[in-house]
Design a protein around this ligand. Structure first.
Ligand code: FMN
Length: 220
């Protein structure tokens, strides 16, 4: 597979949540996913535990079952105060329109979830909710960098991904679909994967780093 040849800075600033520009009709080669996973396992883990487990879902029936759970969760999420739509209320200018774009894009993904060519479920041994503060942080930080590595490698190979968590409202049911031993294994996310329609993506508009950074003393 040819890579896009993006600079490191371009890769880091243009790896977006891709939903509307996913090619649902074009399958993703298993080997391409395997290649991206080789970068996932280059990530750091607490005590170098490397306890990650990755479950790739390409089976149409299993994807459909996960998509059904996702849509059930989406209905709940839409009414939550932290939803993209709720955050648009009270926001102003570009931030408000950005939130509405996220909402439209996310509802498009929810409607089309079953059509996504592949899904990746990053997992870890143990239940996160049972771990004490430092344990939970260490667990999450021992899977999130690897998953982001996967997403960066995917972008470089012309694939679009989106980090999603909504199916986790029904994590136990999803575990049953995938034969994951729920009591012993936490699912962290559901990453959607597909070829992108075009490969040109722009950096996002964000509040500047300087306004959210304090030096030496907390300034909020
Ligand atoms: C922890 C987390 C959970 C997310 N959950 C979802 C989700 O369930 N569904 C979805 O469509 N997008 C989800 N997203 C994607 C965000 O909406 C997206 O990263 C954000 O809007 C910024 O978009 P951008 O990365 O393209 O700039 C999630 C992202 C993160 C980091």
């Amino acid at each position: 597979m040819t890579t896009l040849g993006l600079s490191a800075d371009a890769l880091l600033s243009t790896t977006r949540a891709v939903r509307r520009r996913l090619d649902f009709e074009r399958p993703v080669d298993d080997d391409l996913i395997r290649e991206c996973l080789e970068f996932a396992v280059q990530a750091p883990t607490g005590s170098n535990q490397q306890g990650w487990r990755f479950l790739v879902v390409t089976d149409p029936d299993k994807k459909a079952a996960l998509a059904d759970l996702y849509r059930r969760g989406w209905d709940v999420y839409a009414g939550m105060s932290a939803s993209a739509g709720a955050l648009a209320v009270g926001a102003e200018g570009e931030r408000a329109s950005q939130q509405l774009r996220v909402l439209r894009s996310a509802s498009y993904l929810a409607e089309n979830m079953h059509r996504v060519p592949a899904m990746l479920i990053p997992c870890l041994h143990g239940r996160i909710e049972k771990a004490p503060g430092m344990g939970a942080s260490s667990m999450l930080a021992s899977i999130i960098p690897s998953t982001w590595n996967f997403m960066l490698a995917a972008r470089e190979r012309g694939l679009g991904t989106c980090w999603t968590t909504i199916h986790l409202m029904f994590e136990e049911e999803a575990a049953a679909v995938l034969d994951i031993p729920y009591a012993d294994v936490s699912q962290i996310a559901l990453i959607t994967i597909g070829h992108t329609l075009g490969t040109d993506f722009r950096p996002a508009t964000r509040e500047s780093a300087s306004t959210v950074t304090s030096w030496n003393t907390w300034t909020g």
